[in-house]
Design a protein around this ligand. Structure first.
Ligand code: 6PG
Length: 251
């Protein structure tokens, strides 16, 4: 059963997520001198990234020990306004002393299938797992995977009508996102479900219905990608603002 935290406002949601990021990083760095995190795309986490870049938070993270990856990327160049990398770079990474080698960008500007294969190799090297499935072991999996949720129940670029959601062996695949009308690169469920913690951020009234379906397993929720995020041994946490929470009184 996922952990659910409801915060009164979007700003409080970002603050709670920033505190979770700092704590997760501190725990991982203390244990193994490395924090491996996958950032989410979309608009919801932008306030979190901006907050992490402020002095109040950035000084609490040992950035030289942080390795940043992405849960997914749009197949566009890194300077494209739709690039998840660009958003994280402009809001956070360009403001903190993270070594360039620790920023593991999905290359959206090259052939999508080559990019997916390249990224899988980068993940395998980073997590010292040259073949086979991801291992749920400290240092061999993500310490934290940040995720959003679309109103159709997608997460990362795992879409209900996509093929990536069915991938059981590869760690990273390319898939065509019909709703977005573009190719995407995405981590697959085996990687996400091997993480120590998956942290969903959802904000706004437009997310309330899908969040309720997923958290209460209503209707066909079991077929929704965001519902299929269930780390075997790790944790799933949903951080919601009150507008997105089915637990809050309807406005
Ligand atoms: C992306 C994201 C995607 C996002 C959801 C929610 O690349 O768009 O990875 O999964 O998290 O679509 O997006 P919003 O936060 O903009 O609602």
């Amino acid at each position: 059963m996922p952990n659910v935290e409801v915060l009164p406002t979007r700003e409080a949601l970002w603050n709670a997520a920033a505190e979770r990021f700092v704590r997760s990083a501190a725990d991982a760095v203390q244990a193994r001198e490395r924090f491996s995190v996958a950032l989410s795309g979309g608009a919801t986490p932008n306030g979190l990234y901006a907050l992490l870049a402020t002095k109040a938070f950035r000084t609490r993270v040992s950035w030289k020990h942080v390795h940043v990856f992405w849960g997914d990327e749009r197949c566009v160049s890194p300077d494209d306004a739709r690039s998840n990398y660009r958003a994280a770079y402009e809001l956070l990474l360009s403001h903190v002393p993270i070594p360039a080698a620790n920023v593991h960008r999905m290359r959206g500007e090259i052939d999508q299938f080559e990019s997916a294969a390249e990224y899988e190799q980068e993940l395998r090297t980073h997590f010292t797992t040259s073949e086979g499935p991801p291992r749920f072991a400290p240092g061999a999996c993500f310490d934290l995977v940040l995720l959003g949720v679309g109103t159709d129940g997608h997460t990362a670029s795992l879409f209900p009508d996509g093929r990536a959601i069915d991938e059981k062996l590869r760690w990273t695949v390319a898939d065509y996102a019909h709703s977005a009308g573009m190719w995407r690169i995405t981590l697959t469920l085996p990687v996400i479900n091997a993480s120590q913690e998956a942290l969903f951020l959802a904000s706004g009234a437009e997310k309330r219905s899908i969040v309720e379906r997923i958290l209460h397993s209503l209707d066909d929720a079991a077929t929704l990608p965001a519902h299929m995020v269930s780390p075997a041994e790790g944790e799933v946490t949903w951080m919601l603002d009150s507008a997105a929470s089915p637990l809050s009184p309807s406005n």
